[in-house]
Design a protein around this ligand. Sequence first.
Ligand code: IPM
Ligand code: MG
Length: 369
Amino acid sequence: MSANKKLLFLPGDGIGPEVMDQVRRVIDGMAKTRSVNFDITDGLVGGACYDKHGCAVTDETMSDAMNVDAVVLGAVGGPKWDNVERQHRPEAGLLRLRKDMDLYANLRPAIVFDSLLDASTLKPEIVQGLDILILRELTAGVYFGEPRGIETLPDGTRRGLDTQVYTEAEIDRIVRLSFELAAKRDSRVTSVEKANVMESGVFWRQVATNVHKDYPAIALSHMYADNCAMQLVRNPKQFDVIVTDNLFGDILSDCAAMLTGSLGMLPSASLGEADESGRRRAMYEPVHGSAPDIAGQAKANPLATILSFAMCLRYSFDMKEDAEVLERAVENVLNAGLRTADIMSPGMTQVTTDGMGKAVVTELDKLAG
Ligand code: IPM
Ligand code: MG
């Protein structure tokens, strides 16, 4: 494989920089064993950017993000910035990246590794072998809908409002992608909304049903969001791909994440539309947050970020084999009993953030061997 694959690294806050360092280690390892090279540019996002520039992401970083092949992000936020005005809060940097890069599709796989079966709070038989994909719409809905705000009415009372709004095109493209992703999996899609209460939910269901006509080989079912939350903890293996809006996707993906018992394990990819050559803007990040309480203590689990990089190899660079090798390396390290503090259990060997990164690279060497 040739060079000139351009990455923008945005480590962000809290444990973000620590876990991102382990991705650098993996990339160095791959350069040696598999002759795969990446050009990495570094940038600031979140509180780290606010401290230096007074905003959560700069225009310069945004233009870098537009021009690389993929962005890899650590995490943003922390109590230090709790009192910053909302438009400059760390989360605003993340939301601007999503919106301005038009990363409408957020893929959040929830996979239970056999060796981590005990980490789940659910009974092993409920989650063993779980492999579901939550596809969350990421650039519309109540996160961005107008009007929004806190306002004072003529009678002097106040109210807060947000707007849930979806255009046909916005629903069409995310549902279409869910069918395309399902075709490579178990060919089942559950479309989730609240059509029993919300007009936008009725509309979502209509559009999903229409798009489905183009994908007769995929089984489509519809489910209300509250029922979906319940079904996820009752019998999660009934699902293959769940496609849903921005807010329901935020909530249901946290729920799905916890089925695996270890938020420190879950990767994500956020993708834009494909151009004529099939290239998509893309950002990869762990689902976990910045965990300020353990930052700087070498306790953070770097596997979610390393697995996010595996998604990057797969979706941005079409390097399916390298992605699989990296995922296998992670699985082997877990099978060998290595654990960071968050997934530690009796009889296992506890390692630091660095220790885990090094073990993955050693395993990569072996697999290349
Ligand atoms: C997520 C997070 C973000 C969201 C926050 C940090 C803005 O919870 O990626 O799920 O709500 O989308
Ligand atoms: Mg969330």
